[in-house]
Design a protein around this ligand. Structure first.
Ligand SMILES: *Cc1c(COP(=O)(O)O)cnc(C)c1O
Length: 453
C-alpha cells in the first residue's frame, strides 16, 4: 500500500512554541503608541491583554514552553494528520508530490483553537472574568467561545454584520458554547454608534468589529480582549502546526521544496511556515515559502508597508505592516476570514526581508481549485483554504510543464462544512471575480497616519 497518512503519537505534541523573532536578521520595527508615537511599553497594552500574552508579544526568546493545561486541551485534536494527496496528484497529472497538513479536525474546524485555548488560559490565570472579540466568518468567534467555556469565562463576540446574516450556523455554534454574539456595527459601543450614524445600513468590517470589542475591554476592569490573528503571540501559538509537519515530513521520508498557506492576518500561514523559515534563516534548509491572498483584498501584493491602526476607529496601537488602510472595507467575497486591511507584522517583515513570496488569486480560481481538491480528496476545504489550494495547483502545473518533481506542502487551514452557501453560490454561477480598484486603494492609503510621512 502507498502511504497517504502520517500520524504522530500524542507525546510528539510540541512542548514549546517557536518564536521566529529570535532568528530575524533585522529586528521587527516596534509597535507605536497612537498618541505619543513612541514605541509601546507593556503597560500600554495591559488594559487589553493578559500580562503573559504581552510578554510573548514582545519576546525574543526562541522557545517558549506550552503550559501543561494548554497541551492537555490541544491533545484532544493534536497532533493533526498530514496527508499525501495522491489522488489529487493523479487528477492533475503532475509529477509533484503534494502534502497537506489538516487543521480541520479541531472542534471549531480550523487552526484557530490553537491560539484561542492558550489566550483564554492566560486570561483565566490572571483572574479575568470576561473576554471580548470580533469575528468575520465566525471561525475565530467559535474557537474563542468553546475555549472560554472550557475555562469558565464569559465570551462576547462582535460579528461583522454581513457574516452575521450570511452565516447563521456559526452564530448558533457560538451561542451553543455559551457566548453572546452581536452584529457589528452595534449600538452597544460609541464606536459602533458613530459608524451606524454615518451608514445605518453598514455591512461592517473586521476593522469596525475590532473597535467595538476593544472599546468594551478598555472600559471594563474585569474584561480583556483577544485577537485571532495578526499579533506576534498569535503567530507564536500556531507554530505547533509547522513543528508537527516537520516531524511528519521526516516520517514521509521527504522534505518540502515549497511551503504554501493562505493569508488573511497571516496566522495559519505563519503556523506552518515559520519553523521551516527558522531553519532557512540558519542556513539549514532550502525552501520557497508562498503566502496566498484574495485579489479582492490584496494586502501583501498591493498594500503598502507602513505604520497603521488595526481598527477603523483608531483605538489600537500602530503596527508596522502591509496594509490597505484602516478605512478599507473589503468587498463581500466569500472567504470572510481573509478580508482584513492589514497583515501580521512578522509576516509583513519576512516578505520585506525576501523570505516569503506573496501571491494573489481570484475567488473563481480559488473555488474551482477547492472543488478539484474536494473531488480528489473527499474533504470540503474552507473558502479561505481554497486560496492556498489554487497556488498549489499552479505550482503542480509548473512541475507538469517542466517534468520536475517537487514536494509541495500546504496548510489546509479548515473545513468548509459550515460554508456550504458559498459553494452553492459558486455552483450556481453566482460568484464573480473582483479586483479592488487601484484608485480606491490609493484613497484608503492616503489616509495612513502621519507618522509615515
Ligand atoms: C480565519 C481563517 C483564515 C485566515 O486567518 P489567518 O490568520 O490568515 O490564518 C484562514 N483559514 C481559515 C479556515 C480560517 O478560519
Amino acid at each position: 500500500m502507498d502511504p497517504i497518512k502520517f500520524l504522530l503519537p500524542d507525546e510528539k505534541l510540541p512542548e514549546q512554541w517557536y518564536n521566529i523573532a529570535a532568528d530575524l536578521p533585522e529586528p521587527l520595527p516596534p509597535p507605536l503608541h497612537p498618541g505619543t508615537l513612541k514605541p509601546l511599553s507593556p503597560s500600554d497594552l495591559a488594559p487589553l491583554f493578559a500580562d503573559e500574552l504581552i510578554k510573548q508579544e514582545m519576546s525574543t526568546e526562541r522557545w517558549i514552553p506550552i503550559p501543561d493545561e494548554v497541551r492537555q486541551i490541544l491533545a484532544q485534536w493534536r497532533c493533526t494528520p498530514l496527508y499525501r494527496a495522491r489522488r489529487l496528484e493523479k487528477a492533475l497529472g503532475t509529477p509533484a508530490r503534494i502534502y497537506y497538513k489538516y487543521e480541520g479536525v479541531s472542534p471549531a474546524g480550523s487552526h484557530k483553537p490553537n491560539t484561542a485555548v492558550a489566550q483564554v488560559y492566560y486570561n483565566k490565570m490572571q483572574g479575568v472574568r470576561r473576554i471580548t472579540t470580533e469575528t468575520g466568518a465566525g471561525q475565530w468567534g467559535s474557537s474563542l467561545a468553546f475555549a472560554c467555556k472550557f475555562f469558565g469565562l464569559e465570551c462576547e463576540v462582535y460579528m461583522v454584520r454581513c457574516s452575521f446574516e450570511q452565516k447563521p450556523y456559526r452564530r448558533a455554534f457560538m451561542e451553543l458554547m455559551g457566548a453572546t454574539c452581536y452584529a457589528s456595527p452595534s449600538n452597544r459601543t460609541a464606536a459602533g454608534r458613530a459608524l451606524l450614524e454615518k451608514d445605518p445600513e453598514g455591512r461592517g468590517s473586521l476593522g469596525m468589529a475590532i473597535s467595538e470589542a476593544v472599546e468594551i475591554a478598555a472600559q471594563n476592569e474585569d474584561t480583556k480582549y483577544c485577537l485571532g490573528s495578526v499579533l506576534n503571540h498569535v503567530m507564536l501559538h500556531q507554530t505547533v502546526i509547522g513543528q508537527e509537519a516537520m516531524m511528519q515530513m521526516e516520517l514521509a521520508n521527504d522534505q518540502p521544496d515549497i511551503v504554501i498557506g493562505c493569508a488573511g492576518g497571516g496566522s495559519n500561514f505563519a503556523g506552518i511556515s515559520f519553523p521551516f523559515i527558522g531553519e532557512k534563516l540558519k542556513g539549514k534548509r532550502k525552501v520557497r515559502v508562498v503566502g496566498v491572498e484574495p485579489a479582492a483584498c490584496p494586502t501583501l501584493t498591493k498594500g503598502l508597508m507602513a505604520y497603521d491602526f488595526g481598527d477603523t476607529s483608531h483605538l489600537t496601537p500602530l503596527l508596522r505592516m502591509h496594509t490597505l488602510g484602516s478605512t478599507f472595507v473589503p468587498p463581500g467575497i466569500h472567504a470572510g476570514g481573509l478580508r482584513y486591511h492589514g497583515m501580521g507584522p512578522l509576516v509583513s517583515h519576512l516578505v520585506h526581508l525576501g523570505q516569503i513570496e506573496a501571491m494573489s488569486v481570484h475567488q473563481l480560481e480559488a473555488f474551482q481549485s477547492g472543488m478539484t481538491f474536494a473531488q480528489a480528496e473527499g474533504i470540503v476545504p474552507a473558502p479561505e483554504s481554497n486560496h492556498a489550494i489554487a497556488a498549489v495547483i499552479r505550482e503542480a502545473e509548473v512541475c507538469k510543464q517542466s517534468g520536475e518533481s517537487k514536494a509541495i506542502l500546504f496548510n489546509l487551514s479548515g473545513h468548509g462544512l459550515l460554508d456550504m452557501p458559498s459553494y452553492q453560490a459558486y455552483l450556481a454561477g453566482k460568484l464573480q471575480d473582483y479586483d479592488y480598484p487601484s484608485e480606491e486603494i490609493a484613497m484608503a492609503l492616503a489616509g495612513l497616519p502621519s507618522v509615515n510621512r
